[in-house]
Design a protein around this ligand. Structure first.
Ligand code: GLP
Length: 264
């Protein structure tokens, strides 16, 4: 696990945008896994900016979003369909036919989940999966206790997650109780993963992810088993890490070596 700690959320954003650009520019048909929530908003703004400046095209990009609430239509402002439309898709040249968000506006949700998994496989898998993290260590909507081998399926949201996400709704009662989410096993098949976290409210979850035991009670901790995972976090999110000095030194070594050997 590569842990990269930045002084500010803005530096996390720049680093994350550079990683996304690298995947888009090195793959013929890049496939991105996208996340929602407050954390990736800066990244999406930066990608839009680079696209506006003519530095980046999404013409050949496929995308797969992690999750969608049950009970909200894609037109609903609070849905993740609307989030992606407003915060990224409508500002860039991505082919909307190549974007995939779990479909929850149908009766057969198991079928929806199967089709979503098949679409990922048909694209040859996800090259780079972007993740945020819940304060309890959930990724996508894989709540504590989720099978670490799970596939795309329906999950009930915990009260804590509903309370955390209530800021996007008028009141807690309005927050959906269930969602269709990419599974942890599905996420783990991504060729690379980049988890973003900023702010002190994520410090414990980051500590548990990096330095805790692997446990279904902290779904993000399974990333310790992924060979290509990078955590890009700010100092506040890193504030509970025990081995912080080692992570900082590792990055300094990486920069120093980069002048003599080929290292990303
Ligand atoms: C939701 C999403 C997650 C996201 C989390 C944290 O639960 N399903 O994918 O990581 O929110 O969101 P934020 O970045 O707003 O803290």
């Amino acid at each position: 696990m590569r842990v990269v700690v930045f002084e500010s959320a803005e530096s996390v954003t720049q680093f994350a945008a550079d990683q996304v650009c690298r995947v888009i520019q090195t793959k013929n048909v890049p496939t991105l896994g996208l996340a929602t929530g407050g954390t990736p908003l800066g990244l999406y703004r930066e990608l839009i900016e680079r696209h506006r400046k003519g530095l980046l095209s999404f013409k050949h990009v496929n995308s797969f979003n992690l999750d969608e609430y049950l009970g909200l239509s894609p037109d609903d402002d609070r849905s993740y369909h609307a989030y992606m439309r407003e915060n990224l898709f409508k500002h860039i040249d991505i082919d909307l036919g190549h974007t995939h968000i779990p479909k929850t506006d149908r009766v057969d949700l198991d079928q929806s989940a199967c089709e979503f998994e098949k679409a990922i496989a048909d694209c040859g898998g996800i090259d780079l999966q972007i993740l945020g993290i819940g304060s309890d260590g959930h990724i996508g909507f894989n709540e504590p206790g989720s099978s670490l081998a799970s596939r795309t399926r329906i999950k009930s949201l915990t009260q804590r997650t509903r309370a955390d996400n209530a800021r996007y709704f008028k009141c807690l009662d309005e927050v959906p109780k269930m969602a269709l989410t990419m599974g942890i096993g599905t996420i783990m098949e991504s060729k690379s993963v980049m988890l973003l976290a900023t702010g002190e409210s994520k410090a414990q979850a980051i500590r548990d992810t990096v330095e805790g035991p692997i446990s279904a009670m902290v779904p993000s901790s399974i990333l310790q088993m992924h060979p290509q995972t990078t955590l890009a976090i700010d100092t506040a999110a890193a504030s509970s890490l025990k081995n912080i000095e080692y992570y900082l030194e590792s990055e300094q070594n990486r920069v120093a070596q980069r002048t003599t050997v080929n290292i990303s």
